[in-house]
Design a protein around this ligand. Structure first.
Ligand SMILES: Cc1ncc(COP(=O)(O)O)c(C=O)c1O
Length: 405
């Protein structure tokens, strides 16, 4: 990560343009970040236009802005606009790539302990259907995917490496650059789930060397709910056979013939929520204008500060793995259920969430982890807000004021 431009971010101004900052301490950016006013306005304006002139007519009028969504996303991840397809969430984007790969019995899929639950369920379904083997590459001593073990696990039957950059359940950042170097050298497709990393810090598909990447709008990108995207590199288009043909993804040539649309459009559905698409575009533009280096520096350092502060509290432990950690912080308060901690914080208008161990079972089973309190600051949070959350947790542990609510 490059050093940020000092003073580039006017946090107070950014907060003034974020309605949700007014009355809440929002530390649930790994769930869904707060929309900025610009993003909200882009969405509401388009809804009003649809109501005023009709949905198809509004999309026609906003064609240019809609097209910018693809160029903005491409700029964000270092790809090309025609390599991007839009979806209603990251899972559908990931499915579009995964189910377009072909597998036969005996093929192997390599994944990591941090892999997201829906991706693992798809691997398991495919294992049942076709007899592929799902191999979980172990972690190294720091808790990140062991790249040496990955290198040694790749053989002539390996058809895919599928990895989550950052898990839903913790601060780990997997070493995706090294994973990309290994998969490139081996000629094995690399499907990267970047749902928690895109928007949090710079993510560049060419630097990483992945073949397919998926992301969501609502998390660290600060886009609306119900948005996601897939990036597919030109080389991967050659071997992916899109798993759904419809009028958004293919052209019926007449009678019995059809042609896939060009580039990543062959994975797209025809119908879209254009208000959400334009909201996503506005959010991506804002992230680009702020600079992903500056965003990443601040978000990650707020995460580190929060992790340190919580780790210093008696009776509180943090559980984030890896050598490089992100803005997601997971904590356990001794003797208090994480759900009760989160509920108590919610009453005090502090938004956090609780990890669901079954969503990352390869990891949680190995570590025997219960549900954890997940706190995820973003660049627009302040040190004072972190302090508010830490103090609320300290009160809960000390019994002074205890749990609220
Ligand atoms: C690592 C990871 N991958 C995928 C997803 C799924 O994203 P979506 O809910 O947009 O489908 C999540 C959501 O929490 C996630 O954390």
């Amino acid at each position: 990560m490059q050093p940020s431009v000092p003073g580039r971010m006017d946090i107070e101004a950014l907060r003034a343009h974020t309605p949700g900052c007014l009355h809440r301490v929002h530390l649930n950016n790994a769930g869904a970040a707060l929309l900025s006013k610009q993003t909200l306005d882009a969405m509401v304006e388009h809804l009003r236009l649809e109501a005023a002139i009709g949905g198809y007519e509004a999309a026609d009028r906003e064609q240019g802005a809609i097209a910018s969504t693809y160029t903005n996303l491409a700029e964000l991840i270092g790809g090309r606009a025609d390599e991007v397809a839009l979806f209603d969430n990251a899972t559908h984007a990931w499915n579009a790539a995964f189910y377009s790969l072909s597998f036969k019995p005996g093929d192997r899929i390599l994944t990591g302990r941090a892999e997201y639950g829906s991706n693992v369920l798809a691997y398991l379904q495919l294992a049942e259907r076709t007899g592929v083997e799902v191999v979980v590459v172990p972690n190294d001593d720091s808790g990140q995917l062991d790249t040496e073990a990955l290198r040694n696990s790749i053989d002539e039957h390996t058809r895919l490496v599928g990895v989550s950059h950052i898990p839903t359940s913790g601060g780990l950042i997997n070493p995706v650059g090294e994973i990309g170097r290994i998969t490139r050298a081996a000629g094995v497709p690399f499907l990267l789930d970047a749902t928690q990393s895109v928007g949090q810090f710079p993510v560049d598909v060419r630097e990483i060397g992945c073949d397919m990447l998926t992301g969501t709008g609502r998390k660290f990108l600060r886009g609306p709910r119900g948005t996601g995207f897939l990036w597919v590199g030109a080389a991967a288009l050659e071997y992916l056979d899109p798993f759904v043909a419809e009028i958004g993804s293919a052209r019926w040539d007449g009678q019995r013939g059809f042609t896939w649309k060009s580039g990543a459009q062959r994975f797209s559905t025809w119908e879209k929520n254009y208000s959400a698409v334009l909201g996503l575009s506005a959010a991506v533009r804002q992230a680009l204008d702020l600079g992903l280096n500056a965003i990443g520096d601040r978000a990650v350092s707020l995460g580190a500060a929060l992790r340190d502060r919580l780790g210093d509290l008696p009776g509180v432990s943090t559980h984030d793995l890896g050598t490089n950690r992100c803005a997601i912080v997971t904590a356990l308060v001794a003797g208090i259920e994480s759900e009760d901690v989160a509920r108590s914080l919610a009453v005090q208008r502090i938004n956090v969430t609780v990890t669901v161990p079954s969503h990352t079972q390869f990891d949680t089973e190995e570590r025997g982890l219960p549900p954890l309190v997940r706190l995820s600051p973003h660049y627009y949070n302040t040190e004072a807000e972190l302090e508010t959350a830490v103090e609320a947790i300290a009160r809960a542990t000390s019994g002074k004021g205890g749990l609220v609510g």
